[in-house]
Design a protein around this ligand. Structure first.
Ligand code: FES
Length: 241
């Protein structure tokens, strides 16, 4: 029986089974936003070993993936099939993103990796986005071609809906983890900004002692010289006459 090692975990596979089917069957960390119809590229994987046991890249994969990326081992897991006995080892895109994210904001962030992790994360997301957008025209042409020859049907819409509802909880979990990580990491910056804003009024009034002054009158004040309404400003902003 062929074997597929997904993100370091060995799984059993059948001949002619797609890499996506193997990943999903074993609940591996793999994307499939379009439900396996070759329309989203979230199932992109990098083959680390055993590409000779896989099917040749088809027209759907070629529309998404330029030759340069194919040579680096990128494949669409929903299209690439295991064709013979052997071991295929691969890394999924979400797994790669998670490793970089952990370096920037997660468990490895305290080991001095944070700066390079953040830079790597932005570079990864930026390159991914650019490549994704650049491939769109080819993917659209390919999708029209597949619609006209009957390979892409309205079943794809159902597949997309099912794929999203299947992963809803996981997506929510990832989003909340990522938001928490981000807010935690920018906390020191927010705290310094807050103290800077708190001291700004007194700094300004000491710099411009002869400047315009306003009378404190609750939450709404009017500047004595300009008639400009100053609403709900902190009391420190109001210089007593
Ligand atoms: S699952 Fe969408 S392209 Fe493979």
């Amino acid at each position: 029986m062929p074997k597929v090692i997904v993100n370091g975990k060995e799984e059993q596979a059948f001949v002619e089974e797609t890499l996506l089917a193997v990943g999903r069957k074993h609940k591996a960390h793999i994307g499939y936003a379009c439900g396996g119809n070759g329309l989203c590229q979230t199932c992109d994987v990098v083959i680390d070993e055993g590409s000779e046991f896989l099917s040749e890249p088809n027209d759907v994969e070629r529309a998404w993936t330029p030759e340069r990326k194919l040579k680096k081992g990128h494949r669409l897991a929903c299209q690439a099939k295991v064709m013979k006995e052997g071991t295929v080892s691969l890394t999924t895109r979400p797994e790669k993103a998670l490793v970089i994210y952990n370096k920037a904001f997660g468990s490895e962030a305290s080991t001095g990796n944070r700066f390079s992790g953040v830079a790597e994360l932005f570079a990864f997301l930026g390159i991914e986005t650019i490549e994704h957008v650049a491939a769109m025209p080819f993917v659209l042409i390919n999708a029209v071609k597949r619609m006209s020859d009957g390979r892409l049907t309205d079943q794809s819409a159902t597949d997309v809906t099912e794929a999203w509802s299947e992963r809803k909880d996981e997506l929510q979990d990832i989003t909340s983890k990522m938001t928490f990580g981000l807010s935690e990491s920018i906390k020191p910056l927010l705290t310094s900004l807050q103290s800077l804003l708190q001291t700004l009024p007194s700094t300004l009034s000491s710099m411009f002692p002869g400047g315009r002054s306003t009378q404190s009158s609750g939450s709404t004040n009017e500047q004595s010289g300009g008639g400009v309404k100053v609403e709900n400003l902190p009391i420190e902003l109001v210089k007593k006459a």
